[in-house]
Design a protein around this ligand. Structure first.
Ligand code: ATP
Ligand code: MG
Length: 400
């Protein structure tokens, strides 16, 4: 097969291929970008594979960065772009079903393509637009099938992360898993427990935020692979609820929102310990926690100034978006309006601080001071007390 016109992303990168070839080596575009180009999907990260060894690649280009020399990857800096140029390689014996004990650089494209996970991810594209397809990937693209390269069970045993990647590509491409590939994924799913949680998180997160996440989840549920994900054992019914509660085709707008929806469906009370098991950042845990709390509060209350003040407009708009997708009433315009009406957005905006109360009224730090400040904050947000020094001052006097 030949692409009649190379997408502009590849055209911009052609000089890189040409320079490598002039130096006497082979070079191809590889990986997801080739798949996406054939499908006519938007392209990100143009990856290049070459027969030149990393040291040789570095001699060809004046500006390079060592970003993964031990895996054969050199970052080549072009005018405004950068490209990962990776030496053809095979992977040595796999240890613990995860990373290979090492990689071996080879001079043959075919061997490099053999180590890739799915047939539709194992294309190479040359400078003339000719697609190298060793495993029937083009036919699989036509049939919208995800098929492991080679013997599926062997490939998932080598690297069990490929099991999660399989579900993830169902979600991003909307493809179906070829039955033998799916069978091996389901059978070997217990190996997922051997994979680092961080790597599994990345794939599951990509699954949840992809356009066909409901289909990805359906495959994951059918395989029972969730039994081997952190704190998700025996949660098949809850995952079905997550899938079915949302309008068909709805897509989450952020990771935080997707994980909030997941936690709500799993009926998890304590958000942070769950997300700690997934080894997510503190910021992520905090944002999801806020969304889950706001969602739960909103179940029994209409939007109010206090609610918008407490959680912030952005968080509540994401909550309204979830509600709408679930067929519940949603009031984004009201939240916008309430936010505009808010006299203050945080404690720092208050006309008087705790220090003022101590200095000017002789109050001492303690519960009374805290109570007055809290009540003042609420009253200012409600519009009962204007946020000006004099008005606040008079209000404080009535409280003493
Ligand atoms: P996306 O468009 O989401 O980036 P992608 O296909 O480019 O999808 P990447 O994770 O960026 O996926 O990986 C780039 C390529 O490297 C894949 O297309 C595949 O050929 C190969 N690859 C990545 N991870 C693995 C793995 N665990 N096992 C085998 N091959 C892999
Ligand atoms: Mg990629």
């Amino acid at each position: 097969m030949k692409l009649t016109t190379l997408p502009s992303e590849f055209q911009r990168a052609l000089p890189i291929l040409e320079k490598i070839k002039v130096a006497g080596f082979e070079a191809y575009f590889v990986g997801g970008s080739v798949r996406d180009a054939i499908l006519g999907r938007p392209i990100h990260d143009v990856d290049i594979a070459t027969s030149s060894y990393p040291e040789e690649t570095k001699q060809i280009f004046p500006r390079t960065v060592d970003i993964g020399i031990e895996h054969g990857t050199v970052l080549v800096l072009a005018d405004d772009d950068e490209y990962e140029v990776t030496t053809f390689r095979t992977e040595d014996v796999y240890v613990d079903y995860r990373r290979p004990s090492g990689v071996t650089f080879v001079r043959s494209l075919d061997e490099d393509l053999l180590r890739r996970d799915f047939t539709v991810n194992a294309f190479a594209l040359d400078e003339t637009g000719t697609v190298v397809d060793l495993f029937g990937g083009l036919m699989d693209l036509d049939n919208r099938l995800l098929r492991a390269v080679g013997v599926p069970a062997e490939r998932f045993q080598e690297d069990a992360l490929r099991i999660m990647r399989g579900f993830r590509f169902v979600a991003s491409l909307g493809f179906t898993l070829e039955p033998a590939t799916f069978g091996a994924m389901a059978e070997l799913a217990p190996l997922l427990e051997k994979i680092s949680v961080e790597r599994v998180f990345i794939e599951f997160d990509k699954l949840l935020t992809a356009p066909f996440w409901q289909a990805g989840l359906t495959s994951l549920i059918a395989s029972c692979a969730y039994d081997f994900l952190p704190d998700m054992a025996e949660k098949g019914a809850e995952l079905e609820t997550l899938r079915d509660d949302f309008a068909n085709g709805y897509q989450f707008t952020s990771s935080e929102q997707a994980w909030a929806a997941l936690l709500l469906a799993l009926n998890i009370r304590d958000v942070k310990p769950f997300l700690k098991k997934w080894k997510t950042s503190n910021d992520f845990q905090k944002a999801v926690d806020q969304l889950v709390s706001a969602y739960r509060e909103r179940l029994s209350a209409e939007p109010s100034r206090q609610l918008v003040y407490r959680y912030g407009k952005d968080c509540l708009l994401l909550v309204e978006d979830l509600r709408q997708a679930k067929g519940l009433s949603s009031q984004p315009a009201l939240i916008q309006q309430l936010d505009e009406e808010l006299p203050i957005h945080s404690k720092q905006d208050m006309a008087i601080t705790g220090r003022d109360l101590i200095q000017d009224f002789g109050l001492t730090p303690g519960p009374q001071l805290g109570d007055i400040l809290d009540e003042l904050e609420r009253s200012i947000v409600a519009g009962e007390v204007g946020n000006e020094r004099e008005e606040v001052w008079e209000w404080v006097i009535t409280k003493l």
